[in-house]
Ligand binder design. Sequence first.
Ligand SMILES: [Zn+2]
Length: 453
Amino acid sequence: MKQAQYRLLDRYKFCKDFTNFNKNQLIALVLIFIGCCWYFSSSYTFNVQKSRKINEELKRFKALLKQNSKANSSSCKVPQLDPWDVSILKYYKEAPALTCTPIQANVTYVENGYLKINKEFIGNVQCRYRYYGQDTGISDYEVRYEEWRDFESEAKIEQDFVEVECSRKSFLSVNFYKYHWNTIVPKITNLINKSIENSSNEKPSVIMMGIDSMSRSNFIRQLNKTYAVLQKLGFVDMKSHVKIWDNTYNNLLAVLLGKRGTPSREFPAEIPDSPEIYYDGFDFIWKNFSDQGYVTLLAEDKPDRGTFNKDYNTKGFKFQPVDHYMRPYWLAAVSSLLKLRSVLKCYDYNPEFTLHLNYIQQFLNNYKNKRKFAFWWTQDLSHDDLNKFGVFDHDLAKFFETNAPNFEDSIVIVFSDHGDRIHAIRQTVVGRLESRYINTRGHLHHLCLLTRV
Ligand SMILES: [Zn+2]
């Protein structure tokens, strides 16, 4: 009862105070109100202008594309290839199915940042796990393991890569299960010890997803569902871009470092042309992003022939180059007995591609609205075969479709380094053009680009 009275008294006091406002106070209130209106309307206009700024750039880019494609334009003409040209049709096949047969019981899984034991095994098995990562400061070809930790039913994962093994609780306890899992454990600060800021119109995330040896035409043939999804999402098809060199190393070096890795007849190499180098000291693009409060990712799926770790001839990075570096995961998984026993291109019941895609998916999930730079690269299925990558068309299409909300305030680039370099399709004029295209402007063979702000 007393409390109700107090409330009535408060209201009465407020009304009384309000009616006691003098003229000057009322004028001040009106001025504050007008000031607020002006502030909110101008900040709205500013935001609209920022959006317009990006849109204007996109419009200008599209106008340039249109201008260059005009028949009477004086600019260089880049031939536009028909992905279904009759001369190359005999080299096209529908991608064969990939069936990953399980070769062990499915004992553990990863969910919401926890390593968990499947219900039917809890109490019957003894499991343990250990974290691992790059053998930093020593070698980019070795991984460094931490100590084993026992767990009963679940354990919170505190590092990106975890190895788990289980044995049955019996007199003869023998390990019957082993697996390597990857996930993204979010960091508070990035590699150069800066806080990870929010993404914005002016500091958008940059997500680069590349497929080795995938010409634009072969992308359309192999990944037609993905291509349709990208078109629907507003990706810009950059039809006239070409490679600048024959192989992966030099094309990616141009993108990531802006330097020539191998000398040509006209120009010297801009970094030492020696396999015996570490790449830590060079100004890779991810360092710029890191300096601007971005979290960074580098993921390649073939550790035996990584861009900077080719056939043990180049040494890669002595120290971890980015915040989330996937190489140690694949080094450990690929050299395991489980991998040796698995179907080709599988790791037990999972396609290796799915595990690779999972890493960037976790990156997008766990750093929502944060400034991100990702360089995700796959070559496992596309490098040595013209017609196998299409088996993941559905997965990739779904990936882009479901991640559309994650691409707000982002620039997403889906690209390749060159077309097919090794198969008979190159015996045709169209196939040769697909592979090399023509070297006009020194750009890479980007397939599509999306700007969403
Ligand atoms: Zn390549």
